[in-house]
Design a binder for this molecule. Structure first.
Ligand SMILES: O=C(O)C(=O)C[C@]1(C(=O)O)C=C[C@@H](O)C=C1
Length: 363
């Protein structure tokens, strides 16, 4: 390539950037107009529309003919929508902090960069923030592919009036981070209990003698590694490493590379159907009735609804053998078949609550 060719290619890029920028500005003006239309239609809440966003992202991915990956295209569209929505109504999202946690990465993945992310110290606090209006939405971890369910989240869901309005799945990659530059000098490692469980084989092989101390979050571990300096490391995310200015001593140290965490978005709205939706419910069976759980779930089989998850949690404050069952299935409560099945389930249940119907995660 000659210098002349390079200058020409860059000129082409400049021209395209100009067009992209002008189109993005045009899009932002239309989004502002959408906000006015919604207000005129009597909309008093925020302007976030999870189902519409998912539709825009799915369409962008379908349209994609390369060379960028579907995921890259979706991420770019996500940021454009995030910026447009911030003009319509700036959102505050409460998440499990401190800054640098995987839950913060899930907020970014789902809502983009143009929201105000509000770190909280505990899962209950996220529910309280959204219930009180201190935050518009909350993001809570619900399940890890290795560590299993997050019981605090299930317990809070059983008692809340809030709705699940979305899900986020995040591949989890752990890194060993330290102010030290030498792995052989590490004598102490801080991390969250789940992360220790997910990196056990690596630690046994590479740092068998180092002390392992469990702390409240990966981000808190990274902060301790920064405060305590030489000989001390944390297992945490790349973002936490950047935030607390730590060296990466080893990357992707999780025992299972398919390690994924699922998060839920909680709020006060019920997303409209998108054609690919999940419904979550929580229910309990009548006591001492043989086959009660089987009978409870029979209507799902009759309606040929695809159950994707069932988890149980003991009911707090009630005698043993009383359980909440958390059930997810493919479908939306606006569908007649789903409505009929849920009516049948409800009539057999001691306790029954719909937690929400929401779009399947896009990326
Ligand atoms: O379509 C809408 O309702 C909009 O407000 C526009 C828009 C977008 O930028 O595409 C922005 C925010 C919503 O969450 C969904 C979509």
């Amino acid at each position: 390539m000659t210098p002349n060719e390079l200058a020409k290619a860059r000129e082409q890029i400049d021209g395209l950037d100009e067009q992209i920028q002008s189109l993005i500005s045009q899009r932002a003006r239309v989004a502002q107009n959408v906000a006015h239309i919604k207000q005129r239609m009597g909309d008093t809440g925020d302007h976030y529309r999870p189902s519409r966003e998912v539709e825009v992202l799915r369409r962008a991915m379908e349209r994609n003919s390369g060379p960028l990956t579907d995921e890259s295209i979706a991420r770019l569209m996500r940021e454009i929508m995030s910026a447009c929505l911030s003009l319509e109504s700036p959102l505050t999202i409460s998440y499990l902090g401190p800054e640098g946690t995987y839950t913060q990465a899930a907020v970014l993945k789902h809502f983009g960069d143009s929201v105000k992310a509000r770190p909280t110290a505990a899962i209950d606090e996220i529910f309280r923030d959204v219930e009180s209006g201190a935050a518009d939405y909350g993001v809570v971890p619900v399940e890890n592919s290795i560590g299993g369910v997050v019981s605090h989240t299930l317990d809070a869901l059983a008692h809340t009036k809030l709705r699940i309005c979305g899900e986020v799945t995040l591949p989890i990659h752990h890194h060993l981070l330290s102010k030290d530059a030498d792995l052989s000098k590490i004598t102490k490692v801080y991390s969250h209990a789940q992360s220790f469980a997910q990196c056990r084989k690596w630690l046994d092989a590479r740092l068998p003698k180092a002390d392992r101390e469990t702390v409240a979050s990966n981000a808190a571990a990274a902060q301790l590694a920064q405060d305590q300096g030489a000989g001390v490391a944390a297992i945490a995310s790349l973002q936490a490493g950047q935030l607390y200015e730590l060296n990466i001593l080893a990357s992707n140290i999780e025992d299972d590379p398919s390690n994924t965490t699922r998060f839920l978005v909680i709020g006060k709205q019920d997303p409209t159907p998108t054609g690919e939706d999940i419904t979550s419910i929580v229910l309990s069976a009548h006591r001492n009735q043989p086959g009660a759980l089987f009978k409870l779930l029979q209507p799902f089989a009759d309606a040929k609804l695809d159950l994707t998850r069932i988890e149980s949690r003991p009911m707090k404050g009630s005698p043993v053998n009383d359980y909440f069952f958390f059930v997810d299935f493919v479908g939306h409560t606006s569908n007649e078949l789903v409505k009929k099945a849920l009516d049948d389930v409800r009539s057999n249940a001691a306790f029954f609550k719909i937690l929400g119907s929401y779009p399947l995660a896009v990326m």
